[in-house]
Design a protein around this ligand. Sequence first.
Ligand code: ADP
Length: 402
Amino acid sequence: MSPTRVLVLNSGSSSLKYQLLDMRDRARLATGLVERIGERTSRLRHTPRSGGTVRERTEPIADHAAALKTVAEELAADGLGLDSPELAAIGHRVVHGGKLFTEPTVVDDAVLAEIERLIPVAPLHNPANLTGIRTARALRPDLPQVAVFDTAFHTTMPESAARYAIDVRTADEHRIRRYGFHGTSHAYVSRATARLLGKAPEDVNVIVLHLGNGASASAVRGGRCVDTSMGLTPLEGLVMGTRSGDIDPAVIFHLARVGKMSIDEIDTLLNKRSGLVGLCGDNDMREIRRRVDEGDEAATLAFEIYIHRLKKYIGAYYAVLGTVDAIAFTAGVGENAAPVRAAAVAGLETLGLAVDDALNTVRGDAPRLISPADARVKVAVVPTDEELEIATQTYALVENSN
Ligand code: ADP
């Protein structure tokens, strides 16, 4: 029998998240996280298949190679070692795939070189993703390593949405265009929303709102992305936990010329000290809502700015799509924060949008509708599952090549 397990790796600059899935029934055989790689107090948290006891290790883990070896030890302790013949492939999340990678791709030397060539447009993410792939490849050189790109789903955007209105030669020389991110999530959620409506993805238009610590919106027409809110980098678009989202670029010139800030300082300001945290000191929506309920002014204004931007994108993507079948909320905030969902569609009744208060406040893990039964446009809460999507895409690729 051909192997059916897929290991999914998501390598950050100092972290490594992993999940081992069996694609016969999509069961999660193990999940875990290594944090603070390169520090003395690195920590591994390993969760075996449902019901198993969580195991934690705190010990110095020097680099991603050491981290993956530690993960392999934990998996082996559960009888799921990486040397198992049941392992079909390793699927890697890669943040930036540029224009070239429109599909999940089996990694070879040329693919690695191209991911490396994209480092200037993804300096924080692609190096860590590359390290993860190289490490896994060294450990199991015989196994297909598949790169699944955050940008891939957005490569269907028309030039009218993907281009910035700047000098074309300069843009092309520096590969400046709107790539979009969170694509694996937008792909998964838009398809799951179609399923929830009992329709094929080709037959529905969906606005997906991925609201986590990072946040992005996308307009999906018949299963293909036609616009998304993140751009060259994940800084553009919605107000996020620590990122500003859309801003007049002249703010940057002003901060440099008048504020005498360096480019690196401005980069840190807009990526790490802006968004919700910059506005009110908190980036966790639970804490912000608690403060709003207590009448805290800064938190209230931060919430209003967050909602205002979200509403602008709903309106914009409604216009881009022409007709909308559903709006889907996903990720940490989208799946859990009922007040965000209610506020985002409040006042949009003439667009056919409404939220049923009772349905909106019911909690649950399954995809569900929260709009009134007779709503023209459905509003949905659809939990995202990027790891499952990466595993599914990885397995589909290697299964077909068997
Ligand atoms: P990321 O993957 O971008 O780090 P997540 O999708 O896990 O983020 O979302 C994390 C965010 O979700 C938190 O920062 C918090 O604001 C929000 N969140 C999580 N749980 C809740 C909740 N119960 N209510 C409101 N917001 C929540």
